[in-house]
Design a protein around this ligand. Structure first.
Ligand SMILES: [Zn+2]
Length: 194
């Protein structure tokens, strides 16, 4: 499987690939690949599940403390969403893969909102970001129930827990999900404009 990889950012050949195997209880083995460019610092990671799953949607309602620890695996082909925060992250070339828990997802979303807030001078956008951050605090302290939805047309993402609702995706739904990740789509988690 040895082949020369070129850095997508600077085209150099100094792309280092690291492969790590993670064993996730009740789920199986996850192979995490990290690409790191020694020339420009470009970094990207992705996950593959050795036991191939069907295209599926996972939905977790976070209502109590122990739900915050629910394991979440998101590969670069996974779409994830927290409707209560208007957060939606599409799969795409820049999509980040991670293994975390529900609380970790919320932290990532807060970071994304904060970044969006710092990136704009527009007062209405800053106000909206602040409202979302306040709401994220309420979700974190479980004053409000919230939801994580993950869909992966390649079956490489999952939410793992007894309370998780799993639905297999139809071929049509899976195809619809693949569309936003087509070459050229370069999106990370960010608040969706109203
Ligand atoms: Zn590079």
């Amino acid at each position: 499987m040895e082949s020369t990889l070129f850095c997508p950012a600077c085209d150099s050949e100094d792309l280092e690939t690291r492969v790590e195997r993670l064993e996730i209880p009740h789920f199986g083995e996850v192979i995490q690949m990290t690409y790191l460019c020694e020339t420009c610092g470009f970094q990207r990671s992705d996950l593959t599940i050795t036991k191939q799953e069907e295209a599926a949607r996972y939905r977790l309602e976070v209502t109590e403390e122990e739900d915050l620890a629910t394991r979440v695996v998101r590969s670069a082909s996974g779409h994830f969403e927290i409707p209560e925060l208007d957060i939606r992250a599409e799969p795409g070339r820049a999509a980040e893969a991670f293994v975390t828990n529900a609380e970790g997802i919320l932290d990532r979303c807060k970071d994304a909102i904060e970044m969006a807030m710092q990136g704009t001078e527009a007062e209405d956008k800053r106000d909206r970001a602040q409202r979302l951050l306040d709401r994220a605090e309420r979700l974190r302290s479980l004053e409000e129930t919230w939801t994580i939805v993950i869909e992966d047309p390649q079956g490489n993402s999952a939410i793992l827990g007894d309370e998780v609702e799993r639905t297999e995706l139809s071929d049509e739904e899976a195809d619809d999900l693949k569309a936003p990740g087509a070459p050229g789509a370069d999106e990370g988690p960010e608040p969706v404009e109203p």
